[in-house]
Design a protein around this ligand. Structure first.
Ligand code: ZN
Length: 383
């Protein structure tokens, strides 16, 4: 079974699930503070002094560092504190249940399984004389919406030579993920009585042309752009609102757009492409007027070279513990977005599968959490 005991994993993971840490920006979320306090106490009990930093009132990051030999290098292990809300009809989401090898409950997979594995690996590595590396663990707030905790850590000067981001990857080594930018666009028309629509300019009609333009002119260009691990960038219009009354020609219509980014893409490049479509639609549509608002969310993509030290370390550890390894890219974004943006090479690696996250039947396989803990421990010991 290796150096980390299954019973310890079950006990710690159960304790983590029992403390609700729903992101307060989601329905009914009570926030990360009680869980942050719990993990900070655990770290103190191990003899390290965690820094507990409030990123927003009542929403702290917890970071602890165990110094190694000078010049030996510094690895960070990060997992987020927050979870999504319980699903509709999910009974007792914060009561951990063991079903065979599965531990069920909100957050078990995303991402308290990674957190438990990192915590116990850290505890084990602390007492190990052969550890030369400086090892930090960071348990951060606000991942599910906005990645505020990781942004705070990265922009307040924290640096390491490499980072492992704990998310459900089925223990595959993720070396690239897409970014995301979200923004709002509005068409502006002129209202009139619906009995004389020719006196007005219909903003909904204009928006229909614009959405059609995005689908027919832009989507094929995105499809043609391919990354070997991530495939093509995507665009999705997720929300539309317009008009006031059925008998009034609408003077305004708004859409919310979600655009998934490949490495190298940014809001500037995305906006330029959108403007091209707006100009093309405007040239064919009398009185056409559309505005593009600045993005309300923007997280860059992440990509780490497959021959970089952090990837090589991760592969070696997974192979040693599990006998095989897989390298992949994923479409969702993680806290790695901010750490890699300040030059910390990242991999995403953790127990559980993303399909098990965010559902009413969330669970993680205990055996995989045990394997993850052994893998993290190998990396912490520099093996
Ligand atoms: Zn997560």
């Amino acid at each position: 079974m290796g150096p980390i005991d299954r019973t310890e994993i079950v006990d710690l993971l159960s304790a983590l699930v029992r403390i609700p840490s729903v992101n307060p920006r989601m329905g009914g979320g009570s926030g990360e503070e009680p869980l942050a306090r719990f993990v900070a106490d655990l770290l103190r009990a191990m003899g390290v002094s965690p820094a507990v930093t409030e990123v927003e009132p009542g929403r702290p990051n917890v970071v602890a560092t165990a110094r190694g030999k000078p010049g030996a290098g510094h690895l960070l292990f990060e997992a987020h504190l927050d979870t999504v809300s319980p699903s509709l009809g999910q009974t007792d989401p914060f009561v951990p249940r063991l079903e065979g090898d599965r531990l069920c409950g909100r957050g078990a997979c995303d991402t308290k399984g990674s957190m438990a594995a990192m915590m116990l690996a850290f505890a084990s590595a602390l007492g190990c004389a052969e550890r030369d590396l400086t090892v930090s663990v960071a348990f951060l707030m606000g991942e599910e919406i906005g990645h505020e905790g990781a942004r705070h850590l990265a922009t307040t000067g924290f640096r390491a030579d490499g980072a492992v981001i704990g998310e459900p990857t089925d223990l595959d080594v993720i070396v690239a993920h897409k970014g995301v930018v979200r923004w709002r666009m509005t068409t502006v028309g002129r209202s009139a009585h619906s009995a004389t629509p020719q006196d007005g300019v219909n903003a909904i009609g204009m928006m229909a042309r614009l959405v059609r333009g995005l689908e027919t002119q832009l989507a094929p260009r995105l499809d043609a752009r391919r990354h070997p691990l991530l495939g093509s960038p995507t665009l999705s219009v997720g929300r539309i609102a317009g008009g006031r009354e059925v008998n009034v020609v609408p003077d305004q219509c708004t859409i919310d757009v979600d655009r998934r980014l490949l490495p190298g893409e940014s809001w500037a490049s995305v906006r330029a492409e959108i403007e091209t479509v707006v100009s093309a639609v405007a040239s064919e549509t009398p009185d056409f007027s559309a505005t593009i608002e600045p993005p309300y969310q923007e997280n860059g993509a992440m990509e780490t070279a497959e021959d970089s030290p952090i990837v090589r370390r991760a592969i070696a550890a997974v192979r040693r513990v599990d006998g095989q390894h897989h390298i992949r890219g994923v479409s969702y974004s993680t806290d790695a977005t901010w750490l890699s943006a300040v030059g910390i090479p990242c991999v995403v690696l953790g127990p559980g599968r993303i399909e098990q996250a965010h559902t009413g039947a969330e669970y993680v396989d205990i055996s995989q959490v045990v394997t993850a803990a052994a893998t993290y421990r190998e990396m912490m010991l520099g093996r």
